[in-house]
Design a binder for this molecule. Sequence first.
Ligand code: ADP
Ligand code: MG
Length: 318
Amino acid sequence: GPQQLHMPTYAGLERYKLLSMLGDGAFSTVFKALDHNTNETVAIKVVRKLEMNSGQRSSILKEVQLMRSFQHASIVSLLDFIETQHFYFLVLELCEGGELFHQIVHLTYFSEDLARHCIWQVAEGIRYLHEEKGVVHRDIKPENILFEPIPFMEHHGPKPPLQQEGHGDKAKVDEGGFISNHGGGGIGKVKIADFGLSKVLWDRQTRTPCGTLDYLAPEVIKDGRYSISIDIWALGCVLYTLLCGFPPFYDDSVDILTEKIIQGSYSFMAPWWDAVSDDAKDLVSHALCLDPNDRYSIHEFMQHPWMLNQATNSGHEP
Ligand code: ADP
Ligand code: MG
C-alpha cells in the first residue's frame, strides 16, 4: 500500500529497513522494520527530540534505562537504543498482533476464558514489575497491551466445541485474524508495552492529566499521588472492558468522567453483564476499590478464584 511506498529513512538507522507504520503518538511514530543483521522483523519507536523539552527527554532516557533491565515474557523487550542529533530510536521486540484494543473492537467483547488468558499474562508482567522491579507502569490500558498471535496452523487445528458459558457463543472465529473467542487457543502471547512515553503528564496550569482519564485511578486525579496500586485499578478497568466491551468509567464530558472516577461510580450494567460470572465481577470489584489500601495487590489479584479457574486449560500454570 501507499504506507510502504513512502517509508522515511533516518541517518544512524542503516541497520534497519522500515517496512510499515504500526502506530503514531505525540512525540513518536512506531514502525515495523527488518533488521539486516539478523534478518528478523522488529518494531522501532522513532522519538522526535526536537518536539520535546529537556524534562521530557530525560524521562525518556530514564525509561530506556528501566526497560533495559526488564526481562520477562509479558513485557515487550528493548533490543537496542540509538540516539542521533534529532531522534531517539527504541528498537523493540515486534508484536505482530497489535493492540489488544483493536481485538476488543473486533470481537465486541471477550469470553471469560479469553479474558482470563489475556489478563493472566498481563498480571504476570505487572507482578514482575511490582514485586521484582518495584516499578509502577502508570499507563496500563488496552492500547499499550500488545500480542504475538499464535501460529496460523495451530489455530486452524480441530476447533473446540462452542462454549455455552459466558459469551463464548456470541463471538466468531476470524479466519483472517488469529483471534478467537472459542476456548483454549487464546490470543497468543500478551505483552505490556509503552514504558513512560505516554504516562500521565500533569498540566501545570490546569492541574489535569494530558492523557486519557478512562483507566486512571481516583487518587491520581484527586491529588496526583500514586503507588503501584494504580496499576491494579487500571488492570481492573482493562478486565472490565474485556468482559463487556466498554470501560467502567466513561463520559464524553471530562468533568463528568472525573466525577465518576472520584466517586468510584461504575456498575455491572444489564444486559451486558448478565451472563458474566459472579467470580469475574468479584475480581473486578476488588481492583476498582476507591481506597488504594483496600485494592488487591497483584499477588491477591492472581490468587483470586476467577484467575485460577481453568488456568491450565488456557495454556498457563496458575
Ligand atoms: P506512545 O503511546 O507513547 O505513542 P507506544 O509505545 O504505546 O507509544 O506505541 C504506540 C503504538 O505503536 C502502540 O499502541 C502500538 O499500536 C504500536 N506499537 C508500539 N510498540 C509496538 C511493538 N513492539 N510491536 C507492535 N506494535 C507496537
Ligand atoms: Mg501508548
